[in-house]
Write a protein that binds this ligand. Structure first.
Ligand SMILES: O=P(O)(O)OC[C@H]1O[C@H](O[C@H]2O[C@H](CO)[C@@H](O)[C@H](O)[C@H]2O)[C@H](O)[C@@H](O)[C@@H]1O
Ligand SMILES: O=c1ccn([C@@H]2O[C@H](COP(=O)(O)OP(=O)(O)O)[C@@H](O)[C@H]2O)c(=O)[nH]1
Length: 472
């Protein structure tokens, strides 16, 4: 059996819980398959007086069936690769936010340097028959760097975030270099058919790629396979969390506390892509339009701290604090606060109880690769008395979860009306929608995601095996 080698910027101990869908999903996958997980340790090393930082030293740890191998980054590399290029250029542009992109020409060198460092450190650890699965926008050129070092293993890439239409992508200086780097992989996977469609249009128009049919493309002297592989959740693992003491305790506590009120819930990293200000505006509109919601609806919004060293994230924090304050100030009463805003990461073990006690989940990103919270909320519900998912049509999850109440998060009034509909929805309709959603979540779970991606990767035959990769 070939060994699975997963490479991602963020690495988490699969025996512990983490915030962020990528770490959660990969931990689920690797707990099942075993293998090696390689990435950044999350630590930054400062240079010693006058010298260079001691980056790149590998740390190895066995975590159940998974060998974790991580390396530290120097401050300079971290700032250019993670804060600068990954989260200051690629993240905003891929989420359609050209206005927030910081096209500082210096970032790309750090991005390349760290990808080269990853390749140099990983290559000696590899076996000839390994299957290598690289994740996300931080590591787009990794396969090209590995190929340049002579690696001939099968390498797949999965993009966890959206891929925008060609003309938005083309705004990135060096976009052609970036997309060319994807041709060093054997398989390139996206979250949705929409993202996959954007990729096909881009490579046809900008790279003159030849469409060989059945998802195969030829350009830059290479043949690759591309397709949509929507990520799923581990339903069984989540159910086990729900019935563990932490999960049950949370459920009972929330039910007791909100026995007289309907609970609405939002769980997100504090990220401008998640549409949090628009969501709070919609909630304020609900209170304004439907006075019967006063004293009877409470929104618990968890916003877990994220990427606080990127400027745009500080702005959103202030905007959100001020919105919550003004809603509570204007509508709150001595015995009722409309919004409970929690700027902290809540342990994953407590989320199923919180979801189950809630009548409505607000998952209203302006853009999102997938959004696993939407799936987790549905999976946590009591099938006899389930809550309602209000879901942005711009989340990858909306391609699959069609029985949710789909909204345009930019349309604050329509979103407020949808929330009202959700609060009023009769139990028969809630059950029917939940049943259909649950069938989809079960069928396309994290095991389906992993198996279908890896099956396609194994089948993706690089036609011209042995052709040298032309350096970037
Ligand atoms: O690692 P961070 O910078 O702290 O950020 C956390 C993760 O955020 C993004 O998650 C995405 O992946 C999810 C699972 O596929 C998906 O549901 C969600 O829509 C995406 O936003 C990011 O892509 C990861 O690399 C980060 O680790
Ligand atoms: O306080 C929090 C916030 C989020 N999460 C988890 O982090 C993941 C978020 O993934 P999602 O795909 O929704 O968005 P991302 O943060 O990856 O963009 C989900 O599994 C959540 O359960 C968590 O455990 N605690």
């Amino acid at each position: 059996m070939p060994r699975l080698v997963v490479v991602s910027n963020r690495v988490a101990d699969p025996r512990k819980t983490a915030a962020g869908g990528l770490a959660v999903a990969l931990a689920d996958v690797l707990n099942n398959t075993g293998g090696l997980w390689f990435g950044w340790s999350g630590k930054i090393v400062e240079p010693s007086a006058g010298g260079r930082a001691d980056e790149g030293e590998l740390r190895t740890q066995q975590a159940g069936p998974v060998k974790l191998v991580t390396l530290d980054l120097s401050r300079e590399d971290h700032d250019a690769y993670y804060v600068g290029y990954s989260n200051g250029v690629l993240w905003p542009v891929f989420h359609y936010r050209l206005d927030l992109a910081d096209f500082d020409a210096g970032y790309i060198a750090g991005y390349r340097r760290v990808n080269q460092l990853f390749a140099r450190k990983l290559q000696p650890l590899l076996r000839d028959d390994d299957i290598i699965w690289v994740h996300d926008y931080h590591l787009i050129p990794l396969a090209a760097e590995l190929r340049a070092l002579g690696c001939t293993q099968r390498i797949g890439f999965f993009l966890h975030i959206p891929l925008p239409p060609p003309l938005i992508l083309a705004a990135i200086p060096g976009h052609d270099w970036l997309i060319r780097a994807l041709f060093a992989y054997d398989l390139v996977g996206f979250q949705s058919e929409a993202d996959h469609g954007h990729f096909c249009r881009y490579i046809e128009a900008e790279a003159r790629a030849q469409n060989l049919g059945e998802g195969r493309w030829r350009a830059f002297n290479r043949t690759i396979q591309a397709g949509a592989f929507p990520i799923g959740m581990d339903v069984e693992e989540f159910n086990a969390l729900a019935s563990a003491p932490d999960g049950l305790e949370m459920y009972e506590r929330m039910r007791r506390e909100y026995s007289r009120r309907k609970l609405l819930v939002g769980v997100d990293r504090l990220d401008y892509s998640k549409g949090l200000p628009q969501r709070l505006q919609a909630f304020r509109e609900l209170l304004q339009r439907y006075p019967e919601t006063h004293n009877s609806a409470t929104l618990v919004q968890i916003a877990s701290p994220s990427r606080e060293d990127v400027g745009a994230y500080t702005d959103i924090l202030h905007e959100l604090e001020s919105l919550c304050g003004s809603i509570n100030g204007n509508y709150g009463e001595l015995e009722w606060m409309p919004v409970r805003y929690i700027h902290r990461t809540v342990a994953r073990s407590r989320l199923p109880g919180l979801y189950r006690a809630s009548r409505v989940a607000l998952v209203t990103p302006l853009r999102d690769g997938m959004n696993l919270v939407a799936k987790e909320f549905v999976a946590s519900q009591d099938p006899q008395d389930p809550g309602v998912l209000v879901l942005s049509r711009f989340a990858g999850a909306a391609e699959q979860l069609k029985e949710a109440l789909l909204v345009n998060p930019y349309d604050v009034e329509a979103t407020a009306n949808a929330i009202h509909l959700a609060l009023q929805m009769p139990v028969e309709e809630r059950r029917a929608r939940h049943q259909a959603l649950m069938a989809n979540i079960r069928e396309y779970d994290v095991h389906w995601w992993c198996d279908s991606f890896l099956d396609s990767l194994v089948k993706a035959q690089a036609e011209e095996t042995g052709t040298p990769w032309l350096r970037l």
